[in-house]
Design a protein around this ligand. Structure first.
Ligand code: ARG
Length: 466
């Protein structure tokens, strides 16, 4: 019985230790539906090639329908002796159709082309789910950006106050990479849209089966051009794993920002109770667990990618059993993203910014020093000197423990004296406002309200086209 797949040249079945190592049903059973769909398409190919009579084909299809019903209801499931999902399903089919008919389905295909095809089918479907979830998150960010209006916040580099930016601009800076992740999945789908069915174990099949028709039935518009490549490559699985890891990293960076904004010291954002957790000991605590879990899970998404790449690295090019290791990596990524994304999006949609606080903090820490330097440039001062003069203003303000707008007219007149007449020097106050600062950054891609409005519309448009 346990020699079902390869009994002929063996005098014993696998040792229990081998069987335990070899077994993959505990994770690959989720491919069962795709395998049955593949079997249907393959049966029709056998029929067209004259290898199943019309009557046999009909009985085979009925048996596959019954097998699907048993899988759906749980009446049929892998047992201890089944090596992988394909082994189990063949057993199930033979239970239903008998040895005579059930034993015919394996002709002209190998578990190598089968599994290579199934992982593609399964991943393509999951990629659509994940792309949809990513788009929901992008939509939530765009919604928050729209709601943010003209609110200004401290823009930071090196985590230090740098220049004021619109809150909407900062939020959109997280939306764009996520939108690119979705587009990466779309591009990837066009590449993975080739069925390896018909590649056999590695060299193709002798039975006159039509791989194009099988591929079409399984949703592929093309077949792989090389049967060795079709069975042995996993670069497309790894490419999916990269996009999944990248999305995880993109989400993690936003998480980090939300966690910081949510601290008592920053107090830029409040999270909704339904998307926060408490502490079992400290009654006052409200924790940003969703953002922390998302940040933490980015680590395992990266681990799944690097593990898979390490598996592939030393493999000669045709099927080797190592390739079985591709599945758990991407299954874990899909399971991870599909629970992280809805929770994360809910948190983003419901978080509430403290606009007054953001506005108040925006110009502090001498964040308008660049505006002073650029105002000097507009008044004919070479930038090298302008930088120096603005720095001198910062030095005075810092020494007195005040902000730039607290300097007196006399301060500005004396600092700019070598370059500008007094009546011009005092006009520097015109750029000492956050609104003025962001409005002035009006080149394409800049943080001015007008550019940010355009940006939001452009992103919406891209989302709508996906
Ligand atoms: N379960 C294997 C995998 O996931 C497919 C079986 C191929 N086995 C073999 N002996 N060629 O890759």
């Amino acid at each position: 019985e346990h020699l079902a797949l390869w009994g002929g040249r063996f005098s014993s079945g696998p040792s229990p230790e081998l069987a335990r190592l070899s077994k993959s049903t505990q994770f690959d059973w989720r491919l069962a539906d795709d395998d049955i769909a593949g079997s249907r398409a393959h049966a029709r190919a056998l029929g067209r090639a004259g290898l199943l009579t019309a009557d046999e084909l009909q009985r085979m299809e009925e048996a596959l329908d019954e097998l699907q019903r048993r899988v759906d209801s749980g009446a049929f499931a892998p047992i201890e002796d089944d090596e992988d999902e394909a082994t189990a399903l063949e057993r199930g089919l033979i239970d239903i159709a008998g040895d005579e008919l059930g034993g015919k389905l394996r002709a002209g295909r190998s578990r190598n082309d089968q599994i290579a095809c199934l992982i593609r089918m399964w991943l393509r479907r999951q990629a659509r789910v994940i792309a949809g979830q990513l788009l929901d998150l992008v939509d939530a960010l765009i919604g928050q950006a729209q709601a943010a209006g003209r609110t200004v916040m401290p823009g930071r580099t090196h985590m230090q106050h740098a220049q004021p930016v619109l809150l909407a601009h900062q939020l959109m800076a997280h939306a764009w990479p996520l939108l690119r992740d979705v587009k990466r999945l779309v591009d990837w789908d066009a590449r993975i849209d080739r069925s390896p069915y018909g590649s056999g174990a590695l060299a193709g099949n002798t039975l006159g089966l039509d791989p194009v028709a099988v591929g079409r039935e399984l949703g592929f518009s093309e077949v792989t051009a090389n049967s060795i490549d079709g069975t042995a490559s996993r670069d497309l699985v790894a490419e999916f794993a990269f996009v999944a890891a990248m999305a995880g990293v993109d989400i993690s960076r936003l998480s980090e920002e939300i966690i910081i904004w949510n601290t008592q010291e920053f107090a830029f954002v409040r999270l909704d109770d339904a998307y926060s957790t408490g502490s079992s000991i400290m009654p006052q605590k409200k924790n940003p667990d969703i953002a922390e879990l998302a940040r933490g899970k980015a680590g395992r998404l990266i681990g799944d990618l690097t593990g898979l790449l390490a598996t592939l690295k030393g493999l000669p090019t045709a099927y080797a059993r190592d390739l079985q290791e591709d599945k758990e990596a991407v299954f874990d990524q899909v399971d991870t993203l599909e629970v992280v994304l809805p929770a994360f999006t809910g948190m983003v949609r419901t978080m509430v910014f403290d606009h007054d606080r953001l506005e108040a903090e925006a110009p502090t820490g001498f964040a308008l020093a660049t505006d002073i330097a650029e105002w000097l440039v507009k008044n004919g001062v070479p930038f090298r000197h302008a930088h120096e003069l603005s720095g001198a203003c910062v030095k005075i303000a810092e020494g007195r423990g005040v902000e730039l707008w607290d300097l007196t007219d006399d301060d500005y007149v004396s600092v700019f004296g070598d370059f500008l007449p007094a009546e011009t020097a005092v006009q520097v106050r015109s750029v000492l406002s956050t609104e003025g600062s962001v409005a002035a950054r009006n080149g394409k891609g800049g943080t001015s309200p007008q550019r940010v409005r355009e940006q939001i519309a452009a992103a919406r448009n891209e989302v709508d086209q996906l």
